[in-house]
Write a protein that binds this ligand. Structure first.
Ligand code: 4AZ
Length: 307
């Protein structure tokens, strides 16, 4: 009698323990959030694209126009690799440097592993069927400073080469010597992207451009009415001081180019700004000429360039 009671008590305890364990497991599963799932981690912009996609939200160049087809064959879209629709997947822009290399902003790809990104190239319209490539290596500049937005530059190596031709074409980097002649007050620059057409607005399916964005000298851009000393020697500014025309959210990482006597050159990378298209708060771009040697070293020998 006493023995069987002990057995019943033990069995009861066992059942209680198992049920509690299962309940705990179910509860734990319910509380796993996107940000805690290490398989779903990425840069802030990457996570925004993921969350918009999961929330089924419609997924931003201000004051621009549709870019002519094939006019910017170096432009690519950085997308979330597991989202099939390139428009929903899009979270940043990038620029083709060669068949296997893309340059973008560090803030687009920091904290994001290569397998989570796919690039779309050779198209103005972000639709299925466009050329897509996976990424095998991300090199974020070792001096990237997310607080000051300084050295906002990164390189990505693709797993397979891009078919270069009329619609996909690398663009050369602007050199420091050319820069001193070309980047002068009000020199017309071009910026492109699938980003928002207003601050807080949606990204767009068709590539847009601004092709007469005036270069703003650093002295002006650092004025108290503008960025009050936040523009470092690794940044350039472009945009009308009255506002109205600017790059915006979703354009980050994309190209700012300058026409030369021969072919256009990459002068900047969309980096930051206070809101978009506001008076005095013109767009701030990574100054590409500062990284010509670094890029060349990385493209030659990715293993040793970041020291
Ligand atoms: C952004 O949030 C962003 N006006 C990009 C560019 C600019 C502002 C914000 C420049 O990605």
């Amino acid at each position: 009698m006493k023995k069987s009671r002990t057995i019943y008590l033990m069995m009861g305890l066992l059942v209680f323990a198992s049920v509690s364990l299962i309940a705990e497991a179910v509860r734990a599963q319910g509380t796993v959030s996107i940000s805690q799932d290490s398989a779903l981690k990425g840069s802030k912009l990457y996570m925004e694209a993921v969350n918009n996609y999961l929330d089924k939200k419609q997924p931003k160049i201000v004051g621009g126009e549709l870019a002519p087809i094939g006019a910017y064959p170096w432009q690519v879209s950085l997308g979330v690799s597991w989202i099939a629709d390139p428009y929903s997947a899009h979270f940043c822009g990038g620029t083709v440097l060669s068949e296997r290399w893309i340059i973008t902003a560090a803030h687009c790809v920091v904290d994001t592993s290569p397998a989570r990104i796919a690039i779309t190239a050779g198209t103005n319209t972000l639709v299925a069927g466009a050329t897509r490539r996976n990424v095998k290596l991300i090199i974020v500049h070792k001096s990237y400073d997310p607080i000051k937005d300084d050295n906002d530059v990164a390189l990505m190596e693709l797993t397979d080469p891009l078919p270069t031709g009329i619609f996909i074409k690398p663009i050369p980097l602007l050199t420091p010597t050319a820069e001193s002649v070309l980047l002068i007050e009000d020199a017309p620059l071009a910026v492109t992207g699938w980003g928002a057409t207003e601050f807080g607005g949606n990204k767009v399916r068709d590539l847009r451009h601004l092709n007469k964005l005036p270069f703003v000298p650093t002295l002006t851009c650092n004025d108290v009415s503008a960025y009050n000393g936040r523009i470092t020697e690794n940044m350039i500014c472009a945009g009308p001081r009255l506002g109205g025309k600017d790059s915006c959210q979703g354009d980050s990482g994309g190209p700012l180019t300058v026409e030369t006597a021969t072919t256009p050159k990459l002068a900047g990378i969309v980096s930051w700004g206070e809101k978009c298209a506001e008076p005095d708060k013109v767009g701030v771009y990574t100054r590409v000429t500062r990284y010509v040697d670094w890029v060349n070293r990385c493209l030659n020998n990715a293993a040793s360039c970041n020291q």
